[in-house]
Design a protein around this ligand. Structure first.
Ligand code: SF4
Length: 225
């Protein structure tokens, strides 16, 4: 693939295309935000851990009862994985997630007084969390500028010719080069919405997509007519 001479890791034309992408997404999804339902940073952290390889809809269906039983880290730190499992059984990988949540709550209490730390490295170090979780939690709970790269963000970044990378951390680095810092959180949410609604993994709806006029559609083979 041809690379941008000023930045060898970026696809050709990425810097010119980025403002078009941002402008179109701004028109389409002016209120883009996480679809996970939460009231506190603790609830967002738990919901984000639960959302790994699961839909936000399935997480939102389970969390009200979970949070009613365990409203904060202190309460959850008293629970075992067996206690948590019945609340999250409808969510994929629930056994591992129940173990992680029990351990995560204990660590929050032991190291952070039961609060979710406003610190990237501290959140990444929590059981069941990682770079994507830290980005989601810190950007939504504390307005920390971040672009969490999930399957939608990565796929759209490549199709839109904004990155050639497959490693989420490298895609994130490319997007950070291309977009203003104060739009990173918006971009993350808007790309996810566009991936869910239009630019589907298997059959993207290119003919009706409002980004089609400037999207290079990298790697797109099956288009929904
Ligand atoms: S034109 Fe096609 S590949 Fe490009 S963003 Fe739209 S749906 Fe996705």
């Amino acid at each position: 693939m041809t690379r941008n001479s000023a930045s060898p890791r970026l696809p050709a034309g990425a810097r010119a295309r980025a403002p078009q992408v941002l402008s179109a997404l701004g028109r389409l999804y002016p209120d883009a935000r996480t679809e996970l339902v939460f009231n506190t940073p603790f609830e967002l952290l738990v919901a984000t851990v639960l959302s790994a390889q699961a839909t936000d809809v399935s997480v939102n269906a389970a969390t009200p009862a979970l949070f009613a039983a365990y409203p904060d880290a202190h309460a959850l730190s008293q629970a075992t994985a067996d206690d948590i499992e019945p609340y999250i059984r409808s969510i994929g990988l629930y056994r591992g997630k129940a173990k992680n949540l029990a351990a995560l709550a204990r660590l929050l209490v032991e190291r952070h007084g039961g609060e979710v730390p406003n610190d990237f490295d501290a959140v990444v170090a929590l059981p069941g969390a990682g770079r994507k979780t830290a980005n989601v939690v810190l950007s939504n709970a504390y307005d920390y500028p971040a672009i969490a790269v999930d399957t939608h963000v990565g796929r759209l970044a490549r199709r839109l010719g904004l990155s050639v990378q497959t490693n989420p951390d490298k895609v994130e680095a490319d997007l950070q080069k291309l977009f203003p810092r104060d739009r990173w959180v918006f971009l993350h949410h808007a790309l996810i919405l566009h991936g869910r609604r239009v630019c589907h993994a298997r059959k993207p709806q290119c003919p009706s997509c409002e980004l089609a006029s400037f999207c290079p559609k990298v790697g797109v083979e099956h288009v929904e007519g």
